[in-house]
Ligand binder design. Sequence first.
Ligand SMILES: [Zn+2]
Length: 436
Amino acid sequence: MTLFRATVVDTPSNPFTGGRLRSDDDCGLLVQLGVITARGPFETLRRVHPDEPVLDLREGMLLPGMVDTHVHFPQVRIIGGLGLPLLDWLDQCALPEEMRLADVDHARGVARDFVAGLVDAGTTTALVFGAHYAGAVDAMFDAADQSGLRVTTGLVTSDRLLPEPLLTTPDRARAESRELADRWHGKGRLRYAVTPRFSLSASDDLLEACAQTLAEVPGSVFTSHVNENLHEIREVARLFGGSAYVDTYDRHGLLTPRAVLAHDVHPSDPELRTLAARGAAVAHCPTSNAALGSGLFPLRRHVDAGVRVSLGSDVGAGTGFCLFKEGLQAYFVQQLLGEAGLPLTSAHLLWLSTAAGADALGLGEEVGVLSVGRQFDAIWVLPEPGDPLAVGLANASSTDEALSKVFALGTTSDIAGVWVGGEQIAAGHWRRPGRP
Ligand SMILES: [Zn+2]
């Protein structure tokens, strides 16, 4: 057992429906076998548990671990390929790199780099877009397992319009997916995600095979892309006889409360109604949308339609793993939309980067907030003394304001500790608690 002592900030209720930031100064969290078993004023908990070791983290802010609901493991080494729209970026940046993952040794190295990037950013749970090669996905699961992170991932499948080495067949996709799921789904903190790349590169037969895999692997998640780029949307409509993009998945029964679709920058109102009716979630990826010039995400229309929205870094079109940056960019986008935008507070940004993601992934009862009964997945934000964020936090007049500064100024180097299920995990260069 460990008694954590910190300023604890989280979002137990949804700020889009009236929820507010919860902030407790000098809060105690008793963690037993990875689970938070008591929460309250530190002195009160200390009296009840006088002999437990205390980890004093008061010099900073303790937040729930970040939850990234859309991030591509094969693309960690190509972050920063700026200047291209989606389909050109795929052809020139992403797909050549993804083909290199046919080599399992190469894939192992990429998986290590990728996991280090997640841990460094304080991302404790992620829905990871996998690779087109079973061996590479196996390497990803293995790296995730060793890291202790909560990772949901799977084989990416396509059967048309991509370079030939990235293509499969519906039968092979189903067989390889089952094999990977049998090996990894439910092992430790890992789960399987059925992952057609996007319906642009997936025939109806392949999407039907995906539906079968989803049914054969109970508790698996469905993920793909939707409505990212206007040119892409026109091509999908052409390939599917004029169909709306969302419907290309829905007609195979792929949209359920366990589905997460990335982007949805250009949805129609009927598509939003379908997503809401199915309970499917949308992963908003704001730096990626800006980098590829995809468009400004209509958050208000999603919220008004009742569609669940979470946050994704979309590495490598996104410009890094840090969800503080994604939160800030989400805020910028809503500002730029003017009257159509939804002004975001720091509570919204924290919700989108933590509890909303947990909810989207079906893990809302386990992680996303620091309440009794939840897993202790947490990050400790502690900037270096004299850093503008440290100055900002020292001079903030409220927790709302302090948290806004974390999103405005925070980077991965301000994350001084990361815990998953009560275990402190390490990669990269973050500092350990207890430094002088
Ligand atoms: Zn993506």
